[in-house]
Write a protein that binds this ligand. Structure first.
Ligand code: EPZ
Length: 428
């Protein structure tokens, strides 16, 4: 199969039918690495971060730090940042357009330089994704906030501690607030915060830097300081990559051993996989195997903020339910448009109907290979999973979505026995 049409990025060619067997090491979490990389802006001292995955989003974040004036090097999962040279307070639009998580630069730039100019992130395929809560926090904290010509301008004369309650639970909103308040002398309180493990990992780093952070329920008490230090930190394992490989093991009727997993971060995912028909065998503090127990049972899955079932695992579990006899339902309560993968899965023979935020799934006994298109990071992962069990060949286009969030996925899958080839884009 040649890739003659010019696509914007590589494609995957997957031959279905191979059960996956063997061991896979889960990479460090992308969504913990990103806020931690931005937190280095708060200090003049060297910061060393271990087990950072080799992803496009990480490259973008490191490029932004260099643009701001930091030095650094990245090799074999270790990132060393020397942030003393940071003097620019502007995050340009070409960076934000590539990676909306660059909005996390607002808080450390405001904290360190008392000014920030950050391009407004657009919506993306999974939803509008406004940042009203971020801006509400900064203005409540005493910053002048204005939006002009596609940029957010933030400026503050005198930093002061603040008490703030989020109207809704937001992961990067919580992270922006924790990063900023860690650099503010005095006692601040945040209410209705996100509790994702990636947020907690960031809090651990901010404490290593010298902030005092106590979290009780969804309330955080932060004693910040202007003198924040450098740190060494190993990033937590990526619970979404782990969940994706657990689903792959179940789907293909294989037996995959995952290493570098923190099961404490995966309660809701494990509960759903066991309910559908997986058996979780823990083989040590960070090693686990998930194998098929018998026939799969239909389920009702509702995504929710942590510790609920993660929206980032919704597309992957949908593939499991698509080949589970009976009727299942998935309710996506976090994003308003996160079912783009449904029409692609239906091209492969799935029977899924979307009504509003609900996807109604009628299980079929098999999927058939087809040409399908990635639309966002986790949707593209679900198309790869579907290809692993589909009859025949599946071609998945626009793989750059996948490269943003999965480190060397085709290598890891091939090592487990999958037939996956990357088709480099040929601009015809
Ligand atoms: C983080 O995005 C993750 N990204 C997302 O992973 C993840 O899907 C999401 O959290 C939910 O868990 C990173 O951590 C880099 P939110 P974030 O703010 O922080 C609404 C990936 O590629 N909202 O928790 O942007 C928002 O529209 C991504 O790994 C507001 O209305 O998500 C959404 O419906 C995909 N106003 C809901 O809240 C705001 O000011 C949750 O968004 C902020 C958010």
């Amino acid at each position: 199969m040649t890739n003659t049409t010019s696509y914007t990025s590589d494609s995957f060619v997957v031959e279905g039918g191979n059960p996956l067997r063997g061991t896979v090491r889960i990479s460090g979490a992308k969504n913990a690495s990103l806020p931690i990389l931005f937190a280095t802006i708060l200090t003049e001292e060297t910061c060393t971060i271990e087990d950072v995955p080799d992803l496009i989003d990480i490259k973008n974040a490191c490029e932004l730090l260099r643009l701001l004036g930091a030095e650094g090097e990245r090799a074999e999962g270790r990132v060393v940042i020397h942030p003393s040279g940071i003097k620019s307070y502007e995050t340009p639009s070409h960076i934000v357009r590539r990676m909306r998580a660059s909005i996390l630069s607002m808080s450390p730039l405001l904290g360190r330089l008392r000014k920030a100019k950050v391009a407004l992130p657009g919506g993306c395929s999974i939803g509008q994704r406004p940042i009203d809560q971020h801006l509400k926090f900064f203005s409540h904290a005493g910053a002048q906030v204005s939006v002009k010509d596609g940029f957010v301008y933030l400026e503050i004369e005198k930093k002061r501690p603040v008490e703030f309650r989020f109207d809704l639970i937001t992961v990067t909103g919580t992270e922006n607030a924790l990063i900023y308040l860690s650099s503010v002398e005095g006692r601040s309180v945040l209410r209705n915060i996100a509790l994702e493990p990636e947020v907690m990992d960031l809090a651990e780093v901010l404490k290593k830097m010298g902030a005092n952070i106590e979290i009780e329920g969804r309330t955080a008490i932060i004693e910040g300081t202007e003198e924040l230090r450098g740190f060494q930190h190993r990033v937590i394992p990526d619970r979404i990559e782990a969940g994706t490989f657990m689903v792959a093991s179940l789907l293909t009727g294989g037996e995959v051993l995952l290493e570098n997993v923190n099961l404490n971060h995966m309660g809701a995912v494990l509960k759903v996989l066991e309910e559908i028909g997986g058996r979780v065998e823990s083989l040590g503090p960070d090693r686990v195997k998930v194998v098929r127990k018998g026939a799969f049972s239909p389920a009702e899955v509702i995504t929710a903020e942590y510790p609920g079932f993660p929206t980032d695992m919704q597309a992957q579990v949908m593939v499991l339910l698509a080949i589970t006899e009976g009727r299942s339902v998935i309710y996506e309560s976090i994003f308003e448009n996160r079912f783009q993968h449904v029409k692609e899965l239906n091209k492969m023979g799935a029977k899924i109907e979307v009504r509003g935020r609900s996807a109604f799934i009628e299980g079929v006994d098999k999927l058939t290979g087809a040409e399908v298109f990635s639309t966002d990071l986790r949707a593209s992962a679900s198309l790869v999973l579907a290809g692993l069990i589909a009859e025949g060949t599946t071609v998945i286009r626009d793989i750059y979505h996948l490269d943003r969030g999965y480190e060397r996925l085709e290598e890891k899958l091939k090592a487990l026995g999958a037939s996956v080839e990357r088709l480099p884009v040929l601009v015809s």
